[in-house]
Design a protein around this ligand. Structure first.
Ligand code: SAH
Length: 194
């Protein structure tokens, strides 16, 4: 593994992510929204996450900016980053397939929204966020730069911790006891074993 290959892995991760999402994003525009928790706060969280996971690392890949934050490339770290990137893409695809028309980029409930509790959703209630964490870990392992590498963990961390409680509140208001019992048997981003 070389620094150049490591950067290519990150770009392929970003392109793969975009391609997986593209069709679901296009279809979701046709699905009517019946309830939403969108607002300025959600827009800010999405922008912060996009900056950390996409804009800053891609600027680094193209320009090596910011130079002061560079550190020595470790091939072992980059290999682990490659595995994390593959796991992230696989998980992302599974979650989009399972959520189908119920997916939204923000916090929305669609007309005839189905609560998905099977497949990757059986033991984890936010597996798409697990996939984003895997991306952020891959980014930190692939890019030997304190700012560009860690920006994903910080940026997605802000979105995750700023959003997950509101999302669960919205799901509880929509699905009531079904979601309450689903919460009891699942973990947020790691599978609940017991
Ligand atoms: N937090 C989930 C989904 C992220 S997409 C995950 O990480 O996998 C965000 C949208 O998904 C929200 O608008 C919400 O309405 C919807 N959603 C979240 N959990 C869901 C579930 N179990 N079944 C159906 N829709 C869900």
């Amino acid at each position: 593994m070389t620094p150049a290959f490591s950067k290519i892995v990150f770009v392929v991760l970003a392109i793969g992510w975009y391609l997986i999402r593209y069709e679901y994003a296009r279809r979701s525009r046709r699905e009517k929204i019946v309830r939403s928790a969108r607002g300025l706060r959600e827009i800010a969280l999405l922008l912060i996450s996009l900056t950390g996971l996409g804009i800053l690392p891609l600027i680094y890949v193209g320009t090596a900016f910011p130079h002061f934050a560079a550190y020595t490339f470790q091939p072992v770290s980059a290999w682990l980053g490659l595995f994390s990137a593959i796991a992230a893409l696989g998980m992302f695809r599974l979650t989009h397939r399972a959520l189908g028309r119920n997916w939204s980029i923000s916090l929305d409930v669609r007309e005839d929204h189905q609560l998905v509790t099977n497949g990757v959703y059986q033991r984890i209630r936010h597996p798409m966020y697990s996939a984003f964490w895997l991306w952020a870990i891959a980014q930190a392992l692939l890019l030997p730069n304190w700012v560009a590498g860690l920006a994903g963990l910080v940026g997605f961390g802000v979105l995750f911790f700023g959003r997950v409680a509101s999302e669960e509140r919205m799901m509880l208001e929509t699905f009531g006891d079904s979601y309450r019992s689903y919460m009891a048997r699942t973990g947020r981003v790691f599978p609940s074993i017991f």
